[in-house]
Design a protein around this ligand. Structure first.
Ligand SMILES: Cc1cc2nc3c(=O)[nH]c(=O)nc-3n(C[C@H](O)[C@H](O)[C@H](O)COP(=O)(O)OP(=O)(O)OC[C@H]3O[C@@H](n4cnc5c(N)ncnc54)[C@H](O)[C@@H]3O)c2cc1C
Length: 418
């Protein structure tokens, strides 16, 4: 029976651990830095919209606990706003709805269920030497959470040139009391030269006490007019800042929906930035032992493309299928490379290209956005491209957007801090 160790209990590590536990032919140990209770009493970590293909994977694996309770997000309303007026835009319907459930809710429930099902869970913040020492006791170690020192074991992927610093400064707020969107769609407002404001409904709260809320995500161009959030502010202070920005920059019809809003809880906000980074999927520990990377460790993108959680879940299912399908191993470097490549080619790399094209749209992408205003079928297809980024090549075959691994602004492959 192969012995598998998974480091990190998030979007990738948890479904992977559940799948391996369910397969009685694998012994699995899950190592993470916080308990379900600590996750629940912490702050929000994402906005985690998931698209149908991702939700299908979770549902089929018995992990779709919120299928009937999480609000359906039926499409995307894209708008370009100048001086509070919409100057361009389209609304695209998704073929099937997307959903978002607070990662605190999801991770806490999955950690508890893993323990209840007899899973081996260790709560510890592993140093690199500790991981190296204990990896000798396992046939396979999968790293789905990388500290700075552990990330250094995974070489940067030389095929990619990504910006060497965050493209946006982020502020997330989970809110009660927001008037729902009349069309059940998410909103993506582009403020030229300033950033984006993204909003959609979600589910939050401790497992068993979930309730609907609205999520707001500010994607601020660094140093720009909406890059104002205090990294040390309280949730209430951040909401006061956010409310002022909505009144100043958003069309009145949209800003009015937030007049009676308040934060869902004291951990309902997050301020920070994501430095994009593409790494090779096989890392090497100081002892020379190879480890397999998954999720953000290998492909970390700005949240503006709404891809990272989807990407991590697909990675979990691809990896679990490979392990269950090959119980004898050996899980050596060649096996790891062969296991990661289909996920990278089918899911992660198209998602990264899509995200970079959204944040710094090249001319052909801008032309598509303009054309979608008068073409509802194109608008629907663009909305669905969030759900299946590999479809982007349908629109842009032969163009820079379809092929390039060198989009997204600064052409500098120097390391960004993990
Ligand atoms: C503001 C924001 C909004 C986002 N919105 C979206 C979106 O709408 N859609 C989307 O698809 N993606 C979104 N993402 C990205 C998405 O959240 C991540 O890509 C996804 O969670 C990555 O999954 P993962 O399993 O790689 O890592 P994570 O989900 O981050 O899981 C890592 C786990 O490791 C644990 N851990 C931490 N330190 C240690 C340690 N030292 N030792 C052991 N364990 C440790 C953590 O507790 C955590 O549970 C967003 C991200 C941000 C920041």
């Amino acid at each position: 029976m192969p012995r598998v160790q998974i480091v990190g209990a998030g979007e990738c590590g948890l479904p992977l651990a559940h799948q391996l536990l369910r397969d009685n032919g694998t012994s699995v140990t899950l190592v993470t830095d916080r308990s379900a209770q600590a996750v629940l009493s912490g702050t929000v970590t994402s906005t985690q919209i998931k698209f149908p293909r991702t939700l299908d994977l979770e549902t089929r694996a018995g992990l779709g606990m919120w299928d009937s309770t999480a609000p359906e997000i039926e499409g995307i309303r894209f708008a370009v706003a100048l001086d509070r007026a919409v100057v361009a835009g389209w609304t695209g319907r998704l073929s099937r709805p997307a959903r978002s459930v607070d990662q605190r809710t999801v991770f806490a429930r999955r950690l508890t269920d893993f323990l209840t099902a007899g899973g081996d869970l260790e709560i510890t913040d592993l140093s690199l030497p500790e991981l190296d020492r204990r990896s000798a006791d396992y046939d396979l170690t999968i790293v789905t959470r990388a500290s700075t020192e552990l990330a250094a074991c995974f070489p940067t992927d030389p095929a990619w040139t990504v910006p060497n610093a965050p493209q946006r400064r982020l502020a997330v707020l989970y809110l009660d009391g927001v008037t729902p969107d009349p069309d059940n769609v998410g909103t993506y407002v582009s403020l030229p030269g300033i950033g984006e404001v993204i909003a959609y409904p979600a589910l939050t709260g401790p497992p068993g006490q979930e309730r609907c809320c609205e999520i707001l995500l500010f994607e601020a161009l660094p140093g720009g007019e909406i890059d104002v959030f205090n990294p040390h502010g309280t949730a209430t202070e951040r909401w006061q800042q956010a409310a002022q920005l909505l009144e100043r920059y958003l069309p009145a019809a949209l800003a009015d929906r937030y007049r009676a809003a308040e934060v869902t809880d004291s951990g309902a906000t997050l301020v920070g930035a994501v430095a994009p980074r593409m790494r090779q999927p096989v890392g090497t520990l100081p002892s020379g032992m190879p480890v397999l990377g998954g999720g953000d460790v290998v492909c970390r993108m700005d949240p503006g493309g709404a891809q990272g959680a989807n990407n991590a879940v697909h990675c979990a299912f691809r990896y679990s299928e490979a392990i269950v399908g090959d119980p004898a191993g050996p899980y050596d470097r060649a096996w790891m490379e062969a296991t990661a490549q289909p996920w990278l080619a089918d899911i992660a790399h198209p998602a990264a290209r899509w995200t970079m094209a959204l944040l710094a749209p090249p001319p052909e992408m801008q032309a598509l956005m303009v054309a979608a205003q008068d073409d509802p079928a194109l608008a629907d297809a663009l909305a669905d491209t969030f759900a299946r980024p590999s479809d982007m090549s349908r629109f842009t075959a032969g163009s820079r957007v379809a092929q390039s691994e060198h989009l997204g602004g600064e052409q500098d492959s120097r390391a960004a801090a993990p």
